[in-house]
Design a protein around this ligand. Structure first.
Ligand SMILES: [Zn+2]
Ligand SMILES: [Zn+2]
Ligand SMILES: [Zn+2]
Ligand SMILES: [Zn+2]
Length: 473
């Protein structure tokens, strides 16, 4: 059922995949195909006091809602912008004395909104929220139990005059959230801090090698009007030139997995069998499992692969325990064994390189971290779509690491590369793109200085690194 209109895309029957969206005209790389505010969204329980419930920015100091003492906001502007969404919730939390979990809170917000706007929040919304798929029938036993508990808690919490809903209808809403909810990250894209429902986005089908990407824009906090101030929205952006009539796709999973593993994840979380060209033709699987060019024996490759797998588990464990020296020790050992046995694009090698560069950079061993980051980026570049957002962010981190290591030429060049990718995937107004832009300018100045007087440059860098790290918000 079509209920709205969009200039760039239209609903169509995508065969086995069900509904889909396709381009109504040719789209340029980096073009915003559509932007959409959330129908409803909530901050995760674990971030309830650290992230603004209106704009989803991570903030050091938040103000608490005086009524329910649960919701937190940057300031009055964010609170005012969000009051319509929070009003009913505020009363319900006060009534039962405690906020229920994030699933129940989101389901309640969705239902309050449905009652207010009958499931259609804007003219360009193509589908009513309660017509999305729920896949409740596909849920395994354990998930079904949890769902029943949530439904029970929901019934204690939710009220709307004398209106009541059947347990089936409430389960339907929970199911919709479970398989269509989009995870929201903070303004630096570093942490998943909440979840929201975006009806049009739900119509964009998956492809492991998609032609679009989706990004959360947190709104413009320096805007004077409170409406713009915290108008968080997702943007679906074209990753490449898309001809008129072509289906629009985004990826629900990271590409860096063997096709069989991606298919397994998609089946488990989204209940479908991926038949995209990269899965059905196993494209790049060979690179992700490749042996080094020196042609080691099959036995040797198997031995090192098994060793790496075990080692990665140990690395994860030590990392969770915060034992970073152990992590570094394990990474060194593992990378040593992999040398001349596994190729630079092997998944296990890339995973170890990623952890090693991140942890060493955290421990301020920037030179060593930079070396690993560079190898990681080289491998990623051979595997990812050239405009993949994960690739862009990895290159950004590698650039910053090189910069901190005093390798200004490599640092500047990586930062420029990352900037070019994020201009497509995140757009010029996103907080991360703006960060990159200022880093690009700063590294350019430093590069000039470096070329004029290397000695002076290093003295300046060393002094800068001794200062505590500051970050803008
Ligand atoms: Zn805010
Ligand atoms: Zn409140
Ligand atoms: Zn109703
Ligand atoms: Zn696939």
């Amino acid at each position: 059922m079509t209920v709205g209109n969009m200039e760039t895309a239209a609903l169509f029957d995508a065969g086995k995949k069900g509904r889909g969206l396709r381009a109504s005209r040719e789209l340029r790389a980096g073009e915003v195909v559509f932007a959409e505010p959330s129908f409803s969204a909530v901050v995760f329980d674990s971030f309830a006091t650290q992230v603004c419930h209106s704009c989803f920015r991570h903030q050091a100091k938040l103000h608490r809602c005086a009524q329910c003492k649960f919701a937190h906001y940057c300031d009055r502007t964010c609170q005012t912008a969000c009051w319509d969404e929070h009003k009913k919730e505020c009363g319900a939390i006060k009534k039962i004395g405690k906020a229920p979990n994030e699933h129940v809170r989101l389901a309640a917000r969705v239902l309050w909104r449905i009652h207010k706007d009958t499931g259609i929040a804007s003219d360009s919304q193509l589908i009513s929220v309660d017509q999305l798929e729920d896949h409740v029938a596909d849920l395994p036993e354990g998930d079904l139990k949890k769902l029943q508990t949530d439904v029970h808690n929901f019934q204690q919490y939710w009220s709307h005059g004398r209106k009541q809903h059947s347990a089936d209808y409430i389960s339907h809403i929970f199911g919709i959230i479970k398989c269509n909810g989009f995870t929201l990250s903070d303004q630096r894209g570093l942490q998943a801090v909440g979840v929201g429902l975006f009806p049009n986005l739900c119509l964009v089908n998956h492809d492991c090698w998609p032609n679009c990407t989706v990004v959360l824009n947190h709104g413009n906090q320096s805007a004077l009007s409170s409406a713009l101030h915290s108008q968080r929205r997702i943007e679906v952006r074209a990753l490449e030139k898309i001809p008129e009539g072509e289906e629009l796709t985004v990826s629900y999973v990271d590409f860096l997995d063997l096709s069989a593993d991606r298919q397994k994840k998609l089946k488990e979380h989204f209940h479908f069998d991926c038949t995209c060209s990269h899965c059905s033709q196993h494209i790049k699987d060979d690179l992700m499992m490749a042996a080094a060019e020196s042609k080691p024996s099959a036995d040797k490759v198997k031995e090192v692969t098994d060793f790496s797998k075990e080692c990665l588990e140990k690395i994860d464990k030590s990392r969770i325990q915060g034992d970073f020296h152990e992590v570094v020790k394990l990474c060194h050992e593992c990378l040593g064994k992999q040398e001349n046995v596994l190729a630079d694009t092997h998944l296990y090698r890339l995973r170890v390189l990623s952890v090693a560069s991140e942890v060493l950079s955290y421990m301020r061993s920037f030179s060593e971290a930079a070396g690993y980051a560079r190898k990681m980026v080289e491998g990623y570049t051979k595997l990812y779509h050239p405009n993949n957002a994960q690739l862009g962010m990895a290159i950004m981190r590698a650039g910053v690491t090189h910069w901190h290591a005093g390798q200004i030429e490599a640092g500047h060049s990586l930062i420029c590369k990352a900037y070019a990718i994020l201009m497509v995937t995140h757009g010029p107004n996103h907080a991360m793109t703006r960060d990159l832009e200022s880093m690009r300018t700063q590294t350019e100045v430093e590069l000039k200085m470096f070329k004029q007087n290397e000695q002076e440059y290093h003295t300046m860098r060393d002094a800068a690194l001794k200062k505590p790290v500051t970050s803008s918000s």
